[in-house]
Design a protein around this ligand. Structure first.
Ligand SMILES: [Zn+2]
Ligand SMILES: [Zn+2]
Length: 378
């Protein structure tokens, strides 16, 4: 089927292929338009604030110095976090999740059905995977030919599977996921602070504009538009930033809000939530000195995540009460050893995962027989 698609897509002669390539390149260039738009506004705001407002309009030296120093701090943090969000490559599943050559062959050979599901079940046997498709199947990406790790999704724009995918953001022309989610949050926070700072310091000059208190130069128009732009962006950024703060506090991704993660036996929209403080540390890390800087400090490897369903750590008493009873009943399904926050070696510890996956296989009588079908996610 995959081969059929490829054959249909392959051009008979050179011209259509060249046309397709040019179209793809054009599309890739167009994806940069929103980034160019933001960058242009940023450059103009720099000129308008530094030159027109601070250097040409402010008369008080003290105010001028304070505004220029504070402005440049916000500007630098904003640009740094924006840059990191754009240019940090999204992380893809490691090679353990890719099907072996023989598995790929047998998957293509088998008709879709129980035998094909068996191949996937065997491939996923030693992997730290808790989530399933709606039908209870192993999550498999037909396009990348890999077993999807928990919280991983295929991005149709990047055409790749992205670890802990949050969303594809056109404003940064990049996928926001495990590798750059912290940078994205800081970008939202610093851009919001940047706008609020500009609006607050520009306000008195904006009022002077309307009361004819400004000299009649072109600076007055920069000052007026600067206030409008800063206020407008502050409103939209604050709602987006507030929403992502809520997501972090619940340890959810944007995609998980729309479709709650499905675990082996139940759907649980708060399945990855470990309590506010631990959720925060999942994204920002254990060392507070790195929290406000756009340097990578998130916990884990992006392929496996601690869940409150398997949590038996007494330290994590904040686990929602309703889930404790379930985890007791499902002890035989999950590792006896709880997953810790900073655990990032799950893939190397294949012994423990083999034990987990072996147990449910034995106790399968009476369990729902998960139909391991392909999951189509875009
Ligand atoms: Zn994929
Ligand atoms: Zn993407």
């Amino acid at each position: 089927m995959r081969c059929g698609k490829m054959a249909a897509a392959s051009p008979p002669a050179g011209a259509p292929g060249a046309w397709g390539g040019a179209r793809r390149r054009c599309r890739r260039l167009l994806y940069w338009v929103p980034v160019l738009f933001i960058s242009s506004i940023l450059c103009w705001s720099y000129y308008a604030y530094v030159t027109q407002l601070c250097l040409l309009t402010m008369t008080n030296i003290g105010e001028k110095v304070v505004c220029l120093v504070a402005y440049h701090i916000f500007f630098m943090l904003f640009v740094w976090s924006y840059w990191k969000t754009i240019f940090t490559l999204p992380m893809n599943p490691s090679k353990e999740f890719h099907l072996s050559y023989s598995d790929k062959e047998s998957l293509e050979r088998e008709p879709r059905g129980e035998s094909q599901q068996e191949v996937l079940r065997r491939a996923a046997k030693d992997l730290p995977i808790y989530t399933r498709t709606m039908s209870g199947a192993i999550r498999y990406c037909d396009r990348c030919q890999l077993v999807k790790p928990d919280r991983c999704h295929h991005c149709s724009v990047c055409d790749k599977c992205i670890l802990k995918m949050d969303h594809h953001c056109p404003w940064v022309n990049n996928c926001v996921g495990f590798s750059n989610y912290k940078f994205f949050l800081l970008f939202l926070a610093y851009s919001l602070l940047y706008c609020i700072f500009i609006a607050a310091t520009d306000l008195q000059y904006f009022i002077k504009f309307w009361t004819n208190g400004l000299p009649d130069t072109q600076a007055k128009f920069h000052i007026m538009f600067l206030f409008f732009a800063a206020a407008m962006f502050s409103v939209s950024l604050s709602s987006l930033f507030g929403y992502h703060c809520w997501l972090v506090s619940k340890n959810k991704s944007t995609l998980e809000v729309f479709r709650a993660p499905i675990f082996r036996h139940r759907t649980d929209k708060n399945g990855f939530s470990l309590g506010f403080s631990k959720n925060l540390r999942q994204v920002f890390g254990d060392e507070k000195k790195y929290w406000l800087l756009p340097v990578f400090s998130s916990l884990g490897d992006g392929c496996s995540f601690p869940t409150c369903l398997v949590n038996q750590d007494p330290e994590q008493a904040s686990t929602p009460g309703g889930l404790n009873s379930t985890s007791k009943n499902e002890n035989h399904l999950f590792p006896a050893k709880p997953l810790r926050d900073s655990q990032s070696h799950l893939l190397t510890d294949t012994q423990s995962w083999s034990e987990i996956s072996a147990k449910p296989e034995k106790g399968k009588v009476g369990m729902s027989n998960p139909a391991l079908t392909m999951e189509n996610e875009t």
